[in-house]
Design a protein around this ligand. Structure first.
Ligand SMILES: [Zn+2]
Length: 287
């Protein structure tokens, strides 16, 4: 049975750990008691309300209490029954990339959020502020020392907020896309193995962010599959999902990265990523 981690935060900021040096501690699971899903009994502290519903009627494991300088959090593993009964007989292949975030074998396409106009605008503003702040540092330099003027502090605050906004937009988009996918209830999901070494070599920041999103996308699909009882399959890294014709199975060795349309000698013609996702959907473990 898979263990899902949930995080609920406690809304009593006056609550303090007795062990001063540690910002987190474990609570004994035996004594973790939950009242109406809205209150939790913490050892030696008492009943604490949470701002979110705590799942009830389940077994809790490894409860942990942490603090992030703003809120107290309760993280707890819960054991959940998974059921196979409502699944469809669809094997869903997902091809992930930079052009689109994900193309599914059922034809659904999830956009790359970084190509969204609002996001592009925010990124532009972000880089403008970064240039502005480094110019100001240069201007106010005293010998070898950089000086933080009140103006610099103001701009840096704006940068922090924009950074937070961008990362929230990206995270939300990933969660929405992965939720949407698992809710189609395929009995299994097949994805390709991501090439870690090739990705680490990438020096361009925007591309690095895109790749990072791909990892996060895959991680989310994986744990959401576990949560819903969907089989998760990672295709062998030599599986030619892009180069194979999803209609006749022949391999196109000279397929270039710039070829957006897959064209086969058999007459089959299809969007390159959709062709790849269909091949992933048909992946056989014995391959
Ligand atoms: Zn073909």
């Amino acid at each position: 049975m898979p263990v899902m981690r949930i995080k609920s935060f406690l809304n009593k900021p006056t609550f303090k750990s007795k062990r001063k040096s540690k910002k987190s501690f474990y609570n004994d699971n035996v004594s973790l008691k939950v009242k109406d899903g809205k209150q939790v009994l913490i050892e030696k502290v008492g009943w604490i309300s949470t701002n979110e519903q705590i799942p009830i009627g389940v077994k809790y494991t490894n409860p942990r209490i942490t603090h992030d300088n703003k809120y107290w959090y309760l993280s707890v593993g819960i054991e959940q029954e998974t059921s196979q009964e409502e699944m469809t007989d669809v094997s869903l292949g997902i091809d992930i990339g930079v052009k689109a975030l994900a193309v599914c074998s059922n034809g659904t396409v999830y956009k790359n959020i970084n190509k969204n106009n609002a996001v592009k605008k925010t990124v532009k503003r972000f880089s403008r502020l970064q240039r502005q702040v480094s110019r100001k540092y240069e201007m106010n330099k005293e010998g070898n020392r950089f000086v933080k003027t009140s103006n610099v502090i103001k701009i840096e605050k704006k940068i922090q907020l924009l950074h937070r906004r961008l990362s929230n937009i990206r995270k939300n988009h990933l969660h929405q896309s992965t939720n949407d996918i698992v809710k189609t209830k395929p009995y299994r999901i097949v994805m390709e193995t991501l090439n870690i070494k090739g990705m680490m070599k990438n020096r361009h920041l925007s591309k690095a962010i895109a790749k990072q999103c791909l990892y996060e996308f895959k991680r989310q699909i994986q744990y959401k599959c576990e949560k819903y009882g969907i089989e998760f399959v990672e295709a062998d890294k030599w599986y030619p999902s892009s180069k194979m014709c999803s209609s006749c199975g022949s391999i196109k060795k000279d397929l270039k990265l710039s070829d957006r349309i897959y064209e086969c000698v058999c007459g089959h013609k299809m969007d390159r990523d959709l062709n790849a996702s269909i091949n992933l959907a048909h992946y056989q473990l014995a391959n």
